[in-house]
Design a protein around this ligand. Structure first.
Ligand code: NDP
Length: 243
């Protein structure tokens, strides 16, 4: 029987639902201790995963992330992978959308991702070991109607991950960008524009629905488990019929 504490610490932002939750379960089943970060502490607690440090924090709060990493590393050793996953999708017609929705999305999906990877980056450089998984989207490779600023935030993640990959590869740190299509999660709860939501749901139904977050989690675990000298640079996973 494998000793669970021998596996390195994995940090996940947005672990309270959806893809982050599925990834937390997959890495826990593989025997890793976890640092799980989200605003809804009750949802993190409900996961009931062993060897999990739970931190109620907003990814916009840079200091809180640094503190969370320090606290978890004291218990479980260095973070070997950060999954910078937390994000929202305030999709909407750009001319009618309240600008406050862009602000929130830009802050969480871009600066939040930067804050998350930055909280662990220097430790990884020192140790010459580590993996940064950065959540983008298929909407970070091509544009979709009513996704204007959302696409902007996800194209940002693609650009930054490319740059970080070049910067960090001499330090033996891997940077992997995740680009899912429609996955069945709570992400649509953050869409406030009813017409946009109706159109999104109609398109989703037309292509036969989304796919399970567990499939994304399996791919992320598999990419992480490749030898450190090999990198899956990008994971692109969509429903077969999604354009
Ligand atoms: P969910 O809504 O289920 O999960 C989003 C997670 O992000 C939640 O755990 C939420 O936790 C967390 N989160 C949101 N804002 C913050 C914040 N400010 N601080 C900390 N945590 C935050 O949706 P998904 O699992 O689908 O989304 C995860 C990521 O995947 C997002 O970046 C999304 O853009 C991306 N994605 C999703 C796709 C899909 O079709 N589902 C497709 C492509 C990409 P809490 O509210 O508790 O803070």
């Amino acid at each position: 029987m494998e000793n669970v504490v021998d596996k390195p610490l994995i940090a996940i932002t947005g672990a309270s639902s959806g893809i982050g939750e599925a990834v937390a379960r997959a890495f826990s089943a593989a025997g890793h201790p976890l640092l799980l970060i989200a605003r809804r502490l009750d949802r993190l607690q409900k996961l009931s995963l062993p060897n999990a440090v739970l931190k109620q924090a907003d990814v916009r709060d840079r200091e809180a992330l640094v503190e969370a990493v320090k606290a978890a590393e004291t218990q479980h050793g260095p973070v070997d992978m950060m999954f910078a996953n937390a994000g929202i999708a305030r999709l909407g017609d750009i001319a009618r959308q309240p600008p406050e929705e862009w602000d929130e999305m830009i802050d969480i999906n871009t600066k939040g991702v930067m804050n998350s990877v930055h909280a662990v980056m220097n430790g990884m450089i020192e140790r010459k070991h580590g993996t940064l998984m950065m959540m983008s989207s298929i909407a970070g490779r091509k544009v979709y109607p009513d996704h204007t600023v959302y696409c902007g935030t996800k194209f940002f993640v693609h650009a930054v991950s490319e740059s970080l990959r070049e910067y960090l590869s001499p330090h033996n740190v891997r940077v992997i960008v995740i680009s899912p299509g429609i996955i069945d999660t709570e992400v649509l709860d953050s869409v406030r524009d009813e017409t946009t939501l109706a159109n999104y749901k109609a398109n989703k139904a037309e292509i036969g629905g989304g796919i399970s977050a567990d499939i994304v989690a399996e791919l992320i675990l598999d990419a992480y488990q490749k030898p450190q000298r090999a990198i899956v640079q990008e994971i692109v996973i969509t429903p077969t019929r999604q354009k």
